[in-house]
Design a protein around this ligand. Sequence first.
Ligand SMILES: NC(=O)c1ccc[n+]([C@@H]2O[C@H](COP(=O)([O-])OP(=O)(O)OC[C@H]3O[C@@H](n4cnc5c(N)ncnc54)[C@H](O)[C@@H]3O)[C@@H](O)[C@H]2O)c1
Ligand SMILES: O=P(O)(O)OC[C@@H](O)[C@@H](O)[C@H](O)[C@H](O)CO
Length: 456
Amino acid sequence: MTAGNLPRLNRGVSPADKAPVRIVHLGLGAFHRSHQAWYTQHAGDSGEWGIASFTGRRPDAAEVLAAQEGLFTLVERADSGDAFEVVGSIVEAADGANMDRLVELLAAPRTAVVTLTITEAAYGLGDDDVPLLLAGEKPTTPLGRLVLGLAARRDADAGPLAVVSCDNLSDNGNVARNGVLGIAGAFDAGLAAWIEENASFVSTSVDRITPRTTEADLDAVAASCGYRDEAPVVTEPFHNWVLSGDFPAGRPRWEDAGAVFVDDIEPYENRKLWLLNGAHSILAYAGQLRGHTTVAEALNDSVCRKAVEEFWDEASRHLPGDELGVPGYRAALLERFGNSRIAHHLAQIAMDATTKLRMRAIPVLRAERTAGREGAAAARMIAVWAAFVATSPGLQDPQSESVADANQLSGEARTSALLALLDPELAGDPAVVELVHRLSIAFAPASNAGVSETAA
Ligand SMILES: NC(=O)c1ccc[n+]([C@@H]2O[C@H](COP(=O)([O-])OP(=O)(O)OC[C@H]3O[C@@H](n4cnc5c(N)ncnc54)[C@H](O)[C@@H]3O)[C@@H](O)[C@H]2O)c1
Ligand SMILES: O=P(O)(O)OC[C@@H](O)[C@@H](O)[C@H](O)[C@H](O)CO
């Protein structure tokens, strides 16, 4: 049978019961499916917890998944080979613009949890929705839509629920809370008070490297599974989820799948955001400047790897406590990044730098300087970004206009203007500007061929 003749994946081809919707997700993308959908499928009480998942900006991902009755294949890609699993916890896939359905589900007492993977940048977009909400029009951002859904929940007296941010942001529960309350407060003060009382904003640290799916991945699934899946997800075997907060209307037993519930999430967030995501950002800019395309390729370059390891040394000084197991975490990261069967593209990681570097480079740079040290490795993360945006002025960023304005300047004035987008106070410190500028010159393309392990 050729791939074209294979049956399309659905609940007839791969029988899977549909659990009732009790989780609403905003941001139906690859990561939601490899992480929260996988954890929910592996919870001991998965039969009680179905997910209705809404896209963010376009309907496409929902249409493809709806044609498969929510089913997709999770391809766990290890160095040693692929393992395939059909995930059935998403029981409904919908266009994010379908406000009628979102409102209906959020107003249902049975709905207990809202999860979010809307990207770091999307948490700052909700203000645009306030005039639309006031005019009785449909909001367009994920948090604006959530506010309208929560208004319907209050009106239906459907009770409390938990909102769980699964984006790579420090203190992501509070960032989500502030975003939602900011929009709600400007729209309806009574609603903001209801949300404060009834919505629990849970913070999480999430981890599972999940690159974009390619055509070759579709073919690999067809060849191995005997059906055609138009929406498989490829991910690494490793997975981690640390959560902190209350679930007033209940939750799946995610701990059965390895999720960990803690009182103080900050050390876990810092470990993940600094060591994993910080290293990813260094590799994204330094790696592309040095001609690499994927994380595994960049890590193989001794200059990039040294930049990563030096940043890890600096960051690790601010990750105290044996329970964090930093040496083991670092060793595991080298193995995970080196998995060359996972083609994790640097271009994907490079986007939205001003939001990301604020959480990945700045806290370590500040902590190092407070301790009386230079913070050169954290400064280098900013420096390689500064060098990279000189070569890629169109890079997606929530502050792209300000980046473009900075690019009109030259020398330390340009470096200072870029640094100001991350931390205005540090941008006013001549020693920090000089440091970042010097490190940036070492990585600028003209000098790139000559960047050696000692110079960079
Ligand atoms: N991919 C990973 O390895 C990974 C791992 C850990 C955490 N995350 C977190 O998950 C997020 C999503 O990653 P993904 O791989 O699923 O990406 P994706 O592109 O596959 O999906 C992102 C989803 O968010 C929506 N979205 C994106 N920008 C938006 C915007 N400006 N406004 C509204 N909706 C928007 C998209 O429409 C889509 O539904 C990341 O930004 C990160 O914070 C990803
Ligand atoms: O858009 P970002 O940078 O938050 O995410 C890109 C990758 O660094 C990230 O998705 C990692 O793969 C992930 O955080 C691993 O858990």
